[in-house]
Design a protein around this ligand. Structure first.
Ligand code: F3S
Length: 378
């Protein structure tokens, strides 16, 4: 890889140990992927925030980085943590967990990272423009940025996103290059998609069975449908999609076609459903938009529902929502928070990503259904 004089100096440790480590990470990543150079980024989204997922080893690493005095060079936001920053005690999270979680957040904050704790940074001010190069970790925001916004990012790991934020650059390969952003196969939708849960089931089916960049046609999604579709696709190895009439880099291309109809969607629904009667309904994977929070309120639920979202959306929504069954929870989500330790065994979700990871990571069973169906019952 070709390095500038300045990059060589950082690699030699002239900018301090944290920057030397960060350069080494970027260089290794670039060389593994045949990148020729590093390119500047305008923003970063860092994952690896929940104590549940990074544990003591992750905390130790962050402590070292923070103590070295390193600071990020670009706008950098943070993924959800394992517990709400303020209401963790109220919800019954274990004391030790809260303490370590707070230490993780302090370490990130001391590096100049905004403790936004959301996986939808594009709803809270980290909104890149079309064509900008960024370094985002967190698969659902990566696929949204590439597909819906038209910004350019590979699916960074927690460590490479942090390294990129500190250096302000990423290796140029993969989805940073125009030639790698074209569609690989066309998905003809042969059934009516009625809710974002249907889009999630579609994404789950395609993500589990195919690789590459799918080009969807045959439906008219809203923004939140695209968010649900992308998050579900990303449970497989997909980091970008196109959608005829809905995404900015869609082009008419001659591609191999597959059809997805009722049968394929049913297959996805059946695979994701592992229990019948949820203890609680949890909405907001990826974090809920204001529109989605208001949609829950409009259904006036008579059963307990937890909505996971950003602090900004929570603050605004709470001014208007008076239903006691609705709890709006910021900073965390149903997957990275240790719900299993709160005695919860079955949750209702309308997100394929939440269904997949709750079952496989948290060992919590899931009822996967549309918002209306989940909230209709008592
Ligand atoms: Fe976000 Fe948690 Fe889902 S981080 S994408 S709400 S698993």
């Amino acid at each position: 890889m070709h390095l500038t004089k300045e990059e060589e100096r950082l690699l030699a440790g002239e900018g301090g140990e944290a920057l030397r480590k960060a350069m080494e990470i970027l260089l290794t990543l670039g060389e593994m992927n045949n990148a020729e150079r590093l390119i500047p980024i305008t923003s970063a989204q860092v994952s690896g925030v929940s104590y549940k997922t990074i544990g003591d080893a992750g905390l130790e690493f962050l402590r070292d980085m923070a103590e070295s005095g390193a600071k990020v060079k670009v706008l950098t936001t943070l993924n959800p943590a394992g517990a709400p920053v303020e209401a963790a005690h109220e919800l019954g999270f274990p004391e030790e967990f809260i303490r370590k979680q707070r230490e993780i957040l302090r370490a990130y904050e001391s590096m100049g990272i905004l403790v936004s704790c959301t996986c939808t940074p594009y709803y809270v001010g980290n909104l890149p423009r079309f064509g900008e190069h960024i370094a985002w970790a967190e698969s659902s925001s990566v696929i949204y940025a590439n597909s819906v916004i038209g910004a350019r990012t590979n699916r960074e790991s927690a460590i490479s996103a942090l390294a990129a934020a500190l250096v302000g650059k990423v290796p140029e390969y993969g989805l940073h290059l125009s030639e790698n952003r074209q569609g690989s196969f066309r998905v003809e939708i042969k059934t009516k998609l009625e809710s974002s849960t249907d889009y999630a089931a579609l994404g789950y089916y395609v993500g589990r069975n195919y690789k590459g960049i799918p080009v969807f046609a045959g439906a008219s999604p809203q923004g939140e449908d695209l968010k649900a579709l992308g998050a579900a696709l990303a449970t497989g190895a997909i980091s970008m999609f196109h959608f005829a009439g809905a995404t900015p880099e869609y082009r008419e291309e001659k591609l191999e076609k597959i059809e997805v109809g009722e049968e394929e969607l049913r297959e996805a629904w059946e695979e994701l459903n592992t229990c019948e009667e949820p203890d609680i309904v949890t909405i907001g994977c990826p974090h809920a938009s204001l529109k989605e929070v208001l949609a829950v309120a409009k259904l006036n639920p008579r059963r307990e529902v937890w909505i996971f979202t950003s602090r900004q959306v929570k603050e605004l929504a709470e001014r208007y929502i008076k239903n006691e069954n609705i709890k709006i929870i910021a900073d965390t989500c149903m997957v990275v928070a240790p719900l299993e330790e709160l005695g919860i065994k079955c949750i209702g979700v309308n997100s394929a990503k939440a269904a997949f990871y709750s079952t496989n990571l948290s060992k919590i069973s899931v009822r996967f259904d549309s918002l209306e169906n989940l909230l209709r019952e008592e």
